[in-house]
Ligand binder design. Structure first.
Ligand SMILES: [Zn+2]
Ligand SMILES: [Zn+2]
Length: 205
C-alpha cells in the first residue's frame, strides 16, 4: 500500500480532536499512562540529566530514553520527562496522548537508522540537526539542540510495540506523526509537511 493511501472516508483537511479520537482504534493509539507516572519519572529525569550528559562521551552499550510522546495538539514528538511540557506551535505547551516512546541514542546509525535527531531545549520537541540550519522552533528562531544524539529507526515493518508513520517535517525540521488525515500544526505555518523516511518508533506495549 502506498504511504499516501488513507482509508476511504478520511477527509483531508477537517481533522479536529473529535475526529482524531474516532480514529484511535485505527492507529492503535490506546496506551495512556497516569499522571502519577509522569510526575515521578519527570522529576527523576530532570535531576539525572546533567549526570547523563557528562557521561555521554564514554563508550556505552545500547542506550535508550523513554518519555517521548505524541502531542495531540501539534502532532509533534516531544519529551515529556520534565515537569513542564515545552512550547507547542498550536499554543501554550504540548499535550501528551497515547504511547510512551523509547528511543535509542548515541549508537551507530545504519541503513535503517538515522542519527542527528535531537531534543530542543526551547520547545522540547525532537528535531533533525543534520542540516546547516535548525528549522523553525515554536519558541522562536531555530531549534536549539541539547543532550543525546538520537538514532531513529526507519523503513522497517511496524510491530505491536513499534509505530510507523512518523516523519521529518521539511518546514520546521521536527518529527511528527503522519498517520492521521490532518498533519497537525507546524511552527513554520499551517501544517507539517512530510519528507523522506518513514520512521518506526518503539514504545511500551
Ligand atoms: Zn524547538
Ligand atoms: Zn513542521
Amino acid at each position: 500500500m502506498s504511504m499516501n493511501a488513507f482509508p476511504a472516508g478520511w477527509g483531508r483537511p477537517g481533522a479536529n480532536l473529535t475526529t482524531m479520537t474516532d480514529t484511535h482504534d485505527v492507529t492503535g493509539r490506546r496506551a495512556f499512562l497516569s499522571t502519577a507516572v509522569k510526575i515521578a519519572t519527570g522529576v527523576a529525569a530532570a535531576a539525572a540529566l546533567p549526570t547523563l550528559l557528562s557521561g555521554a562521551a564514554s563508550a556505552a552499550p545500547l542506550s535508550t530514553q523513554n518519555q517521548w510522546r505524541f502531542c495531540q495538539k501539534c502532532y509533534g514528538l516531544f519529551f515529556w520527562g520534565y515537569p513542564t511540557n515545552g512550547v507547542c506551535p498550536a499554543g501554550a505547551d504540548h499535550s501528551a496522548q497515547g504511547f510512551n516512546f523509547t528511543l535509542s541514542y548515541d549508537v551507530a546509525p545504519n541503513a535503517n537508522a538515522q542519527d542527528n535527531w535531537h531534543f530542543c531545549q526551547k520547545c522540547f520537541g525532537m528535531f533533525f540537526r543534520g542540516y546547516p540550519t535548525d528549522g523553525v522552533c515554536p519558541a522562536g528562531g531555530g531549534h536549539d539542540a541539547q543532550g543525546f544524539n538520537f538514532v531513529l529507526t526507519h523503513d522497517v515493518a511496524p510491530t505491536g510495540t513499534a509505530q510507523n508513520q512518523w516523519r521529518f517535517c521539511q518546514k520546521c525540521f521536527g518529527q511528527f506523526y503522519w498517520g492521521y488525515p490532518g498533519n497537525g500544526v507546524c511552527p513554520a505555518g499551517a501544517d507539517h509537511s512530510a519528507q523522506g523516511y518513514n520512521f518506526v518508533l518503539s514504545h511500551f506495549s
